[in-house]
Write a new protein. Sequence first.
Length: 256
Amino acid sequence: MPDATLQLRNLKGIWRPVYARRLALHATADAVVIAAWRADLHGLNLAPAVDAWRLVFGEALTPAERHRRQAAAQAVAATLAARNWRRTRAALALAAQRAHRAGWTAGHALVTRDEADDSDLDEPDNPYTIGSPDLSDDRADATAAAVLSSALTASATRAGRAMADSAEDPEGDAEELLAAGLDLELAADVAVSASYGAGMLAAYLGAGAQAVVWMTAGDARVCNLCQGNEDDSPYSLLGAPSLPAHARCRCCLAPA
């Protein structure tokens, strides 16, 4: 079994191009998804949501009250649910497909190249029945739909809190938070990491690998969950914990 911990601050050999590609992949996905989100968000007006919320709770309650925040979040959620997130969903699906292929490319390199080889990775050029480098449109769209739904719920909660806690401009404060797209960045991160990990497993499956190890980033930021996954390695290909363990997870699966 290879040494599990990656030591991201001191990557060597094949892991250097693997993680350089992965970091670039996440950065590109973040930029594309946020641009799509802001395009879909254009023209959003939370004034009706603020009015509906005030009809229920009025102005008398203090912003710190939990039910006030919940009602505000529900009002925002209803407004968001009424919009068409076509661009955002398409951007997330595309990010997932690119990540799957990148994960397959990385996994293929890890099982076919010398560990000390730090040259750039080659993109696959052949379709495979088993261990395909490509993620189907249906699976990519399902990934996008799932992470978008979660992001919309989280965004509504975040914006609702801003609305309920605002002293002067509840509508403006909530809209500003939505435009920042913090939860959409997390959605993009999860979509990319999950598809990247699935692509790696597809490459290992196609190469006939029997087991994988969970590899942490090897620094003080590693959480207990990821450390436990590493400690419990190796796993069968179908029994390994799913990537990511959490948003912004930096872990990886390597052939045992």
